[in-house]
Design a protein around this ligand. Sequence first.
Ligand SMILES: *[C@@H]1O[C@H](CO)[C@@H](O)[C@H](O)[C@H]1NC(C)=O
Ligand SMILES: *[C@@H]1O[C@H](CO)[C@@H](O)[C@H](O)[C@H]1NC(C)=O
Ligand SMILES: *[C@@H]1O[C@H](CO)[C@@H](O)[C@H](O)[C@H]1NC(C)=O
Ligand SMILES: *[C@@H]1O[C@H](CO)[C@@H](O)[C@H](O)[C@H]1NC(C)=O
Ligand SMILES: *[C@@H]1O[C@H](CO)[C@@H](O)[C@H](O)[C@H]1NC(C)=O
Length: 455
Amino acid sequence: MVRLLDTALVAAAVLGTASYAQKIAPDCGVGFGNCPSDKPCCSQYGICGVGAYCLGGCDPKHSNSLDSCTPAPICQKVDSTFPNLDRVADKTKYLGDSSKADWVSDGEPAIKDGNLLITMAPGTVGTVIASTNYVWYGKISATLKTSYGKGVVSAFILLSDMKDEIDYEWVGVDLHTAQTNWYFQGIPNYTHGGNITMDKDTYKDWVTYELDWKPDSITWSIDGQVGRVLKKSDTWNETTKGYDYPSTPSRVQLSLWPGGLPTNAKGTIDWAGGEIDWKAGDAKAVGYYYVTFKEVKIECYDPPSGAKRQGSGSKSYVYDDRAGLESNVVLTDKGTVLKSFLGTGTNMTAEPAKTGSKDASSTGSSSPSSSDVETIPGLSGAGTGVNGQRGDTSSSSGSGSGSSSSGSGGSSTGGTSGFSQGNNQSSNPSEATGQRVIKGSMLAVVVAVVAVIVL
Ligand SMILES: *[C@@H]1O[C@H](CO)[C@@H](O)[C@H](O)[C@H]1NC(C)=O
Ligand SMILES: *[C@@H]1O[C@H](CO)[C@@H](O)[C@H](O)[C@H]1NC(C)=O
Ligand SMILES: *[C@@H]1O[C@H](CO)[C@@H](O)[C@H](O)[C@H]1NC(C)=O
Ligand SMILES: *[C@@H]1O[C@H](CO)[C@@H](O)[C@H](O)[C@H]1NC(C)=O
Ligand SMILES: *[C@@H]1O[C@H](CO)[C@@H](O)[C@H](O)[C@H]1NC(C)=O
């Protein structure tokens, strides 16, 4: 299961401005409850905050109220090539206007020879870019070359705010296999993995990987050849009388992360092909591991028949119930853009108090209302800077650059025993559930902490 790192941990720990230890347990999520009203948004990583915490990845189910997260930008046809980074916004600059950027980055993306590199330098936890628009069924393809090396994991996934997930992942020791997987609402069932073997070398050769996600089936295809199909009808859950099928609006995420950090669970390291070697391969040759993307295409399908609408439903997706099922998605005309990083879904125009001089605000301490609330995952402390925008200084300033990762519990191999243990809820349901999530989040945390140590 891909778990994207709460980069707050890295930055906070590196800068010594906060104790990462106190952050090891998530604030919000299954077993942890919902966010408080002063920092209402539950980030993708289970940390409460405002601003960017309320944008892409914000979990409505565990936020303070169902409308704490900002409405999710509706699917748009995108054909991304990468002559430059103009359509890739750094997370410190993006306030929810998906017309201005197709991707939001966390970490260090780069351009080389007209392609996008997603990099992972020694001691960092890699990079992720996520689409600014959501997809509610569509055909998504990526033409890419994976990274290679022990413990190095490349990923191309769809992930919804309700934690529905559809994956391609590649471990850097097996350059002839695309691992596929899917999850429903983040339930860690590790029996859903499936491998597609390939003649081509995933590192050396351009390959086009496609996810054809329909309301009734998911098809994974490689260079136009179907490699795997999941039918919704095969996901019926007799207990809940529902389909355990990924069916909520999702962002496309491209990432590279260190599955082989020594402190990861042994199962994860084994799955990733062993401990990562920062002095080998591309880390040595060019200074970082990397995945190369030539083109990413997103084609949108019509919403499922009977989808709820408010107005014309042309701008955004919201949920009308914390259950977060397909039937709870509503198409709306609501805007998606925050005025500043103090905004939330319930107050999108919130902005720093207009007092005092401009420069004082760069410390983040000038606005009482923001002084103790995090506004951008990955940046320690609060503060919005002038205009409510954090400069990029804080994201890259000595804080260990690569600031995010997607973790993966791996596939079906049992390589994920560390994560799946808590799955057994027979004894104490609440404790077991909590434990599951701690374990689920643990990889990311561990990755972050180790990144700090390595630095
Ligand atoms: C995991 O999913 C499979 C099929 O999708 C199902 O048969 C199995 O019972 C599930 N495991 C658990 C623990 O729910
Ligand atoms: C897929 O291949 C990897 C090795 O690359 C292996 O560890 C894993 O068990 C395989 N998964 C399945 C579902 O066969
Ligand atoms: C059915 O759903 C319940 C609740 O999410 C889950 O615990 C159970 O494992 C699911 N059963 C199968 C067969 O996947
Ligand atoms: C929105 O936030 C601003 C502070 O930026 C505050 O003055 C205003 O009262 C808030 N509006 C609502 C409806 O809470
Ligand atoms: C859960 O654990 C108990 C005892 O630890 C065991 O008897 C039971 O079979 C387990 N259930 C599942 C679904 O693994």
